[in-house]
Design a protein around this ligand. Sequence first.
Ligand code: MG
Length: 269
Amino acid sequence: MTNMKPKALLIDLDGTLYHGKRRIEGADQWIQELQALHIPYLFVTNNSSRTPEDVAAHLLDMGIPAVKEDVYTSAIAAAQYVKEHYPIGVSVAVIGEYGLEEALKEVGVEITEENPEIVVQGIDRAFDYGKLAKAVNWIRNGASYILTNPDLLLPSDTGIMPGAGTLSAAIQAATQTEPLVMGKPSNIIMRYALSRINCEPQDAIVVGDNPLTDLRAGQAAGCDTILVLTGLATSDNMDVLLEQAGVKPYCVCKDLYEAAAVTTGRCSQ
Ligand SMILES: [Mg+2]
């Protein structure tokens, strides 16, 4: 393949630029190089628990340049979706954390537990039987059900933890209702991220470590994709994961130095 003209980048975070609190080698130089070359990019994460400010601060702590405008979360996508599809002031119940509540407040919804028209659910580490019962009754009474992200498991510093998708499985079992999913592998988060940077799908590449979420969402949005072997996918399991995801990436990069070279047009693959 010939050297490609640098395209805009939609970059995953956990497993791609860092693991928990640890920066992945080369992440800082890569982002600095993108800035120096004025290559547009956005960090796109399924994590709905943090605000874009929090995510940017976390990146900065690890030496990766970031401001809140660089960050697009599944919580922001959910808020954007509600804003576009419902009247201003629509009543919304939140099963989720601070980042989700803040995103929804910012688009002017009424957050309530009284007959909500929409239930928006994300990761909620204070989820319990009472919250499950409320969500089930709201949805059974006709509220729409929006899910920030369907991840069943989350890597954390203390091991694998249940994700928003696992909480959703309980709600789905009791309501027999499928949620509308905002985050990867849905293309909704990617379409909104593209529009945030004023970019057409064919002019963007989605970069991530998970073929089943990052690459699938990228392909579904009409973007090229790059797999980095910095997290979930490894040289041993990537063929199986790519086949499972039904995705053919533009290329596979073994580390972020290679990703930097390819995405800045310094070398081809
Ligand atoms: Mg990841």
